[in-house]
Design a protein around this ligand. Sequence first.
Ligand code: NAD
Length: 384
Amino acid sequence: MRIAVPKETTPRETRVALVPETVARLVKAGQEIVVETGAGEAAGFTDDAYRTAGASIAPSAPSTYDGSQVIAKVREPIDNPAVGKHEADLVPEGAVYISFLGRDKTTPAVTKLAARKVTAFSMEMIPRTSRAQSMDALSSMAGLSGYKAALWGAANLGKIYPLKMTAAGTIAPANVFVLGCGVAGLEALATSRKLGAVVEAYDVRPAVKEEVESLGGRFVQVELASKDTATAGGYAKELSAEDQQRVKELLAAHVAKSDVIITTAAIPGRKAPVMVTEAMVASMRPGSVIVDLAAETGGNCELTVAGETVVRNGVTILGPINVPATLPLHASMMYSRNVHSLLKLMINKEGKLNLDFEDDIIRDSCITRAAGAETQPAVAGKAS
Ligand code: NAD
């Protein structure tokens, strides 16, 4: 079976869907892998490294997609001006497409894939279960983002993090406040602690208190009117206006004394909740830093501008987008292992595609499904 690894075309995307290590494993298992020339370059993987792993290198996007049964990508298909086509139109009819595609089945990318009778799997829709952990790209990427946010916080602060007792006097440790303690928040907490900061953390889900404390953080408890703050799947629910107000009031004092705030609060499919208002920013000391990891979905800070760094009252507010792409090597390695785990679930002992829609991982992560998809191979004349 032929598996294609096209070069990503989304601006500033540096990741690649399969790294040479994974390619070697797939080749060993009898798969044919074709990689578009330069696909791994931005992540530090040369064409030669892919050749050594057993892949063939295709000179262009069309020759990469052509005749492939599976397309492994990081990002959704977009217009590719270099070939004058939408990438979805390069995917062979009936093929399987794997990438981050979101949860919305009506986006132009998903609609176009559906029109081509492609069976597409969205990495955001992999269930958050123990069995699916090795495929959970959201967690892999969130962990890296939390780590990077902690480093950005430290690097933009005109202070050091650890307590220092020196001949030149005692330096108090920096105070970091983490808002939202999912995968990214907990990693930001752990990294900030390793750098020597005192860390407080808050999440709407009280269940994370233990995790925060086990990482050396102090959990900030807020009594809410509603006790029902998480879905059965463990995701946060949107708070009522009354509870949102209560949270803001109680967090204000913690915000005011923080040197660095790292915000990661998200509600799947919704705009990010605003937790740090303009007035709260005004209460912070000049020189303080906010790293808003929710910038892409509207920001947890009222003053965040996605993709930019703004300074208000001396407070630096970073609104980074696509943070994993700033760590392309490890982001690609982890994503590649996630995709490989998913592929293993899709491929039978004979090395052929065998999509079992009774399996909750296959069923839940499939965002569009062509009729007869389970009886792949689907690309006429090219199946092996
Ligand atoms: P996320 O990115 O969806 O959200 C980040 C955090 O923001 C969450 O902890 C959420 O509770 C919090 N949040 C949302 N609104 C908030 C508000 N108004 N105030 C404060 N905090 C707010 O989170 P995630 O990292 O994707 O994790 C979501 C859930 O999935 C968690 O329960 C996590 O334990 C679970 N999870 C399970 C697995 C697994 O079982 N394989 C893997 C990863 C995550």
